[in-house]
Design a binder for this molecule. Structure first.
Ligand code: GFB
Length: 325
């Protein structure tokens, strides 16, 4: 990517899109293009086609998606499948029609089968049944991967698909019903400390294992792959380490300096038992995560505390909660 190329980051108000924009600015790119969802509804085919027609971006980071934690996925599967299919269909097709030089599509580790052997290698895609709490989202993401591969095969488009593990960092959603586990727990422990509550409730059994990656590492990986990766085969991006939810709750208790007790609400879903990506493929290309989990969480907590009123304002959490477009 040349410093003057037009680079469209779809989803720049979301966790990953925001981190990609921060990184591109730091690297000195001069022509970063963004549109808020008020300016451009990515589910609207005509609006997206007109936008590409007018703007003619050279590179596209497709980080726009409807995303959320286990409860959001379980509650709104219709929204997750429709919005994500619409967004990615519109952007991928418009990118092809307008001769975009390269597009990077962001998937998710939940595309893999619920009981995939661990750590998960890329070849396990479509070898088993999906986790039911997020199968609608996963099917949309799998369709996006297949669309990039089909356009690569039929039209020679340089469209690549990147599968990040569970991400966290500044710019996340802190809406307790819809957020992912780490922001939800940071907020729960922080507020319990402020209100001097004796107990924090963590969903599920605490036994599922999850791998976490700081979003600035994920943005670095996307940037690296945009320059270095040409295959239409999917590629995993992760830290290579996983922890139980109980271990994560204990770590967040320490980081937030909360003195009370943790209890588990087993009426809430656990989701996939384990989701650890094998990251050999990207490591062999020369990229690895550098942000230590405890340090990354501590700085994320600092960012949350500093912007507490923004993150917990119902207007912002409503926007951030589900639609990252
Ligand atoms: O992060 P999370 O919502 O998503 O939940 P998934 C991970 C684990 O943390 C589950 C537990 O076992 C939850 O039950 N957990 C404990 C909590 N307390 C909480 C809490 O307060 N909030 C939340 N949210 N979880 C999502 C998918 O799955 O991961 C998406 O649904 C996407 O589609 C994303 O792929 C990366 O890791 O289970």
């Amino acid at each position: 990517m040349k410093i003057t190329d037009k680079i469209y980051v779809a989803g720049h108000t979301g966790l990953v899109g925001g981190a990609i924009v921060r990184l591109l600015k730091k690297k000195g790119y001069l022509n970063i293009i963004t549109r808020s969802s008020e300016e451009l509804d990515l589910r609207d085919q005509k609006a997206v086609f007109d936008f590409f027609d007018t703007v003619q971006p050279h590179y596209v980071f497709l980080a726009a998606a409807k995303v959320g934690g286990i409860m959001a996925n379980k509650t709104y599967p219709g929204d997750f499948i429709y919005d994500n299919l619409a967004i990615q269909n519109n952007i991928i097709h418009a990118a092809y029609k307008n001769g975009v030089e390269k597009l990077l599509f962001l998937g998710s580790s939940c595309i893999y089968p619920k009981n995939a052997p661990q750590p998960i290698v890329e070849e396990y895609l479509m070898t088993g049944v999906l986790e039911p709490t997020n199968d609608a989202y996963a099917i949309a993401k799998i369709a996006g991967i297949k669309m990039c591969q089909a356009y690569h095969r039929q039209y020679g488009c340089r469209f690549i698909s990147v599968m990040p593990t569970n991400l966290y960092g500044p710019g996340d959603s802190y809406n307790l019903q819809n957020a992912h586990v780490l922001p939800a727990l940071l907020r729960k422990f922080h507020e319990a400390k402020l209100k001097e509550e004796h107990v924090v409730t963590v969903w599920g059994t605490g036994k599922p294992r999850r791998e976490f990656l700081h979003v600035d590492d994920a943005a670095m990986a996307c940037y690296f792959l945009m320059q270095r990766y040409e295959s239409s085969e999917i590629i995993n991006v992760g830290s290579g380490l996983d922890y139980t939810i109980k271990e994560m709750a204990t770590l967040i208790k320490k980081i937030t300096n909360y003195q009370g007790t943790i209890v588990f609400d087993e009426s809430k879903p656990d989701g996939t038992p384990r989701k650890l990506l094998n990251v050999d493929k990207i490591k062999n290309l020369g990229w690895k995560a550098v942000i230590d989990l405890e340090e990354g969480l501590a700085s994320t907590y600092q960012n949350f505390e500093q912007n507490y009123f923004y993150y917990t304002n119902p207007i912002n959490t409503k926007n951030l909660a589900i639609v990252h477009v």
